[in-house]
Each structure stands twice: as C-alpha cells, then as structure tokens.
Design a protein around this ligand. Sequence first.
Ligand code: T46
Length: 135
Amino acid sequence: MEVKLVNFQQHGDERGHLVAVEEGKEIPFTIKRVYYIYDTAKNVRRGYHAHKSLHQVLFCVNGACTIHLDDGEECKEVRLDKPYEGLYIDNLTWREMYDFTDGAVLMVLASELYNEDDYIRNYQEFIDYVREVRK
Ligand code: T46
C-alpha cells in the first residue's frame, strides 16, 4: 500500500513550534488545494471513498484522529496525533476517518482541485475499479 507517515522537521524554541511544508521537497506533488476538517463530533466516521487519481497528505494539526486505509488488498489504521506528522495517501486507497478528539483539525494538501468525478463512493465499485486497473 502506498501510504507513508512522514515526520516533518520541527523548528522549536522557547516561543513554541513551527513546521514548514514545501512543495517538491516533502510533498511529492504540486499542491493545488488545501482544505481542513474541524468540529467533528466524537462518534462521527467520515470519508468512505477512494479517489481515482488524487494524491493527498493529511496532517492532524490539532488533536488526533484515526485514518482507516484500504487498497483493496490490505487494510491499515493510522492514528494521527502529532502536528508534525504527515500521512501521504495515494490514489485508489479507500479511506475512513474517525475517533476525532475534541478540537481536532485535519488539514489536507491535495494534488488536484475539487472534482466530484474523481470520487468512488461505493465500496464494491472501488473493489471492481482497482481490480480492473490492476489487471
Ligand atoms: C478526503 C478526506 C480525507 C468541496 O466543496 N470542496 C472540497 O475541496 C472538499 C474536500 C469538499 N467539498 C464539499 C463536498 C461535500 O459537499 O464539502 C462537503 C464534504 O466533503 P466530503 O463529504 O467529501 O468530506 P469527507 O470528510 O468525507 O472527505 C474529505 C475529502 O472530500 C476527501 O477527498 O480524502 O476528506
């Protein structure tokens, strides 16, 4: 599965911490969009889709949440609980996000503009699609 958890460099001193994220260095794609998810209730599970071509890097910049990942062959759970950790998610990976703590903010850097046609929101369609692509 093409997912990677990367520790970004923290620039810290007595004032606090700063993390810089640069396109072409830590981020292996042109960043065309940034969005963030916040105020998510504790018992909410969201996502439930894969992308045909979108690549993304996820940061939980405040609080924590868990990401369930599934490439059609293998599943993984990743807890994002450090603001300096970025989770790279490849296209054709089913994702679900859950167990958000109070105040959690999930920030996402995306390789493409928003396009609903890039989403596969039905799990069986996702499985059929990856089988076809990987034939
Ligand atoms: C993903 C996970 C991690 C927009 O209008 N523009 C946008 O850029 C995005 C991301 C969403 N929207 C609209 C579409 C829906 O009406 O915002 C609403 C909520 O989106 P969605 O239900 O897709 O949210 P999640 O949390 O299920 O998934 C999001 C991203 O859509 C998705 O690409 O990988 O976060």
